[in-house]
Design a protein around this ligand. Structure first.
Ligand code: PHE
Length: 360
């Protein structure tokens, strides 16, 4: 039998020196495991006489218990050490200021759309909407533009593809917001007073044209409406929108298949050194088309043209945004250039209201 005291000293020292749980477990197996040092000594007890066993057994059992306790205690101590180390390294400074949040801006088109809605809401116009993919009937026929009418070519229409063998006429990306007139009157009848802002599409691209742009349609149908009402509403709108004393409008006789008579409206502006300024100079920028709704259009939408009449207009939202905020190139509206957006964008809480003022 080995010297118990040296077994004890050696193992207690090894336990005290164990640096982690893995080392501790290896030690336990080496001492108390099936073939461990103490277990083997226990086996020797079996070959002794009962008297010998009594004297040798008690100190061996005591040593076994002592080593067991030392293992348990060291394990707890290692766990405490580990926790202390984590507390030391994984601390969090809750007094630090948070990372700055990226803040976006409202696109001028969104801002101007809200401004337009606010002004027309004040004049009693509701907002209506229609689909951007239209049938040729809503986009053309119902608006008194029959299939062979030159206006279909003039509009630079984008046609949608049909499946092979499907010979219905192709749908189109709406070329204007006027089909919403038909949809609204067909559903709600007359009298009515609506505006319909939204995206429209034409195959065209230069400083003042992009293939997708925004229009707002206006429609007022009732008994006894005249061109005078149209003129007043548009002048009232421009005064409120541009907030410039003496904004100069030019009504030009024009032609649209869906209005009779028709007028286009231009605003006086100047382009000097790439700067666009409104209300001065010798240039005119066209901002809208308008007129008295053609009886055929009323009939196509199921409204009795012998009882009701009214006016309609279609205004370029991007155009009036360029004029109001002095943005010289329309193409930049749709470039998604963050520097441009930071320069021309609006704070999100800067929502236009009639009572609070339309812009900062
Ligand atoms: N739809 C016409 C256009 O896009 C504008 C317009 C609308 C003209 C309503 C008259 C009446 O050019």
């Amino acid at each position: 039998m080995q010297d118990l005291e040296s077994v004890r000293a050696k193992n207690l020292a090894a336990i005290a020196a164990a640096v982690d749980e893995v080392a501790l477990e290896a030690l336990r197996v080496a001492v108390l495991g099936k073939k461990g040092e103490i277990s083997l000594m226990m086996r020797v007890l079996g070959q002794m006489t009962p008297i010998e066993r009594q004297t040798a057994g008690a100190p061996l059992n005591a040593l076994k218990d002592e080593i067991n306790s030392a293992l348990v205690a060291r394990k707890a101590a290692l766990a405490d050490l580990d926790l202390a180390r984590r507390l030391e390294t994984e601390w969090l400074d809750v007094t630090l200021s948070p990372r700055p949040l990226q803040q976006g801006t409202l696109h001028p088109v969104s801002q101007v759309t809200e401004e337009v809605i606010a002004i027309f809401a004040d004049l009693g116009f509701k907002v209506a909407e229609g689909p951007q993919i239209e049938t040729d009937w809503y986009n053309f026929d119902a608006l008194n533009i029959p299939p062979e009418h030159p206006a279909r070519q003039e509009m630079d229409t984008f046609y949608m593809a049909r499946a092979e063998g499907d010979d219905r006429p192709p749908n189109v990306l709406r070329t204007h917001t006027s089909p919403v007139q038909i949809r609204y009157m067909a559903e709600h009848g007359a009298p009515c007073r609506i505006i319909a802002p939204g995206r429209v599409y034409r195959c065209d691209y230069d400083q003042t044209h992009t293939p997708m742009f925004h229009q707002v349609e206006g429609l007022a149908i009732d008994r006894g409406i005249s061109m005078a009402n149209l003129k007043w509403v548009l002048e009232e709108f421009c005064r409120a929108f541009f907030e410039i004393e003496g904004v100069e409008l030019r009504f030009r006789a024009s032609h649209f298949p869906f209005t009779e008579p028709s007028a286009e409206v231009d605003i006086r502006c100047s382009w000097v050194g790439g700067q666009l300024k409104i209300g001065e100079g010798d240039d005119w920028m066209e901002i809208l088309g308008s007129g008295m709704v053609h009886p055929k259009v009323l009939e196509a939408a199921g409204v009795d043209s012998t009882v009701f009449q009214g006016f309609a207009f279609g205004m370029g939202i991007d155009r009036i945004a360029m004029l109001k905020y002095g943005i010289p190139d329309l193409r930049a509206f749709f470039d998604s250039d963050l520097r441009w957006l930071r320069h021309y964008g609006f704070a999100t809480l800067d929502m236009p209201t009639i009572h609070g003022g339309l812009s900062a």
